[in-house]
Design a protein around this ligand. Structure first.
Ligand code: PEP
Ligand code: MG
Length: 325
């Protein structure tokens, strides 16, 4: 099997009925970069910048951050890279940063919430990103956005850094694209407004599902209890895709489900044309989509989502489709 996946590396990621799909990879450290070539990824859909901070014993210097980001862009060699700003707090605590104990860390002081309260940290990172991407395209997205004001504040921080660096005659990115992660259900009810503020959105399905079902993603006793291939979650994802289309904003998904072939199949059936996953999943997902009639699946998916009295679950429908095609 490994051999078969390797042989697929240079085969275009395209469904049987001719729909090209961007298969991107998730990364976070220098050691991940060789996988870009090895897996034949179309780019990096999620670069988790907090990993550099988590393996360090002190706060990484701006120059070290800049060096890492430049190496990532060099390795990508023109393929798109989406950097996510620091997603710390929750289960990702930095030993050298004071953090008060919390009863519900997943719902607590984390990610963008913490970053906006400590703008020094965030501004340093944004400056490192802007400098590293001089003359190239820079894509930045913000984690755990909950209300639009947070997004406006984050955008303000980046434009301030942009102006500051321009004043000092630094070479600025050729293009700057800003995005939001959709991980908190509050965004599902303000999708059109959200889309006015961003160039792209990326669904963090790990967290979105955790909050959607109120089920702790890290608690083995219950994390598998509810199905992320169930009708309500699929409807939520479809709503996001529709809003993206209405507003000409690209929508991608970078949670772990993108790397499970059956889930990836569901996503393509819903209408996703870009998904980001752990690099080892690219081969298996590509093998699945080369055999997939995306239009036929789309019809089956839409029929199922609109059916008030389905004879089977969404997952069963998918499994049946996979077996019959
Ligand atoms: C997610 O929540 O789906 C996601 C991609 O981010 P992380 O797993 O790093 O929280
Ligand atoms: Mg997340």
């Amino acid at each position: 099997r490994q051999e078969r996946y390797k042989a697929l590396r240079d085969v275009a990621a395209c469904t049987k009925d001719g729909q090209p799909i961007d298969l991107l990879m998730n990364a976070g450290l220098l050691v991940d970069l060789p996988q870009l070539e090895a897996a034949g990824a179309a780019g990096i859909g999620l670069f988790r910048t907090e990993l550099q901070f988590m393996i360090a014993s002190t706060l990484p210097k701006t120059s070290d951050q800049e060096r890492l980001y430049a190496s990532v862009l060099d390795a990508a060699d023109g393929r798109p890279v989406t950097f996510r700003t620091l997603d710390i707090g929750g289960d990702k605590v930095l030993p050298y940063l004071h953090h008060s104990p919390e009863e519900n860390p997943a719902l607590g002081y984390r990610a963008l919430r913490l970053a906006l309260d400590r703008p020094g940290l965030m501004r340093t990172q944004l400056r490192a990103l802007l400098k590293a991407a001089g003359g190239r395209e820079l894509r930045v997205m913000f984690p755990m956005v909950t209300d639009l004001d947070e997004l406006r504040k984050a955008r303000d921080l980046i434009s301030r850094e942009f102006k500051h660096l321009t004043r000092f005659a630094h070479v600025m990115p050729k293009r700057l694209k800003l995005g939001a992660m959709i991980e908190v259900p509050s965004l599902l009810f303000q999708l059109d407004e959200l889309m006015q503020l961003v160039d792209f959105v990326s669904i963090g399905s790990n967290d979105l599902f955790q909050f959607f079902c109120a089920v702790d993603r890290g608690n083995a006793q219950i994390s598998g209890r509810f199905d992320d291939l169930s009708t309500p979650f699929m409807r939520a994802l479809k709503d996001i895709l529709d809003a993206g289309q209405r507003n000409s904003v690209s929508v991608t998904l970078c949670g772990e489900m993108a790397g499970r072939p059956l889930s990836a199949m569901a996503l393509i059936g819903l209408g996703f044309r870009s998904i980001s996953m752990t690099s080892s999943a690219i081969g298996p997902v590509k093998a699945m989509l080369l055999d997939l009639d995306a239009e036929k699946l789309h019809k089956a998916v839409m029929m199922h989502l609109g059916d008030k009295h389905p004879r089977q679950t969404f997952r069963q429908m998918l499994e049946e489709f996979a077996a019959a095609n």
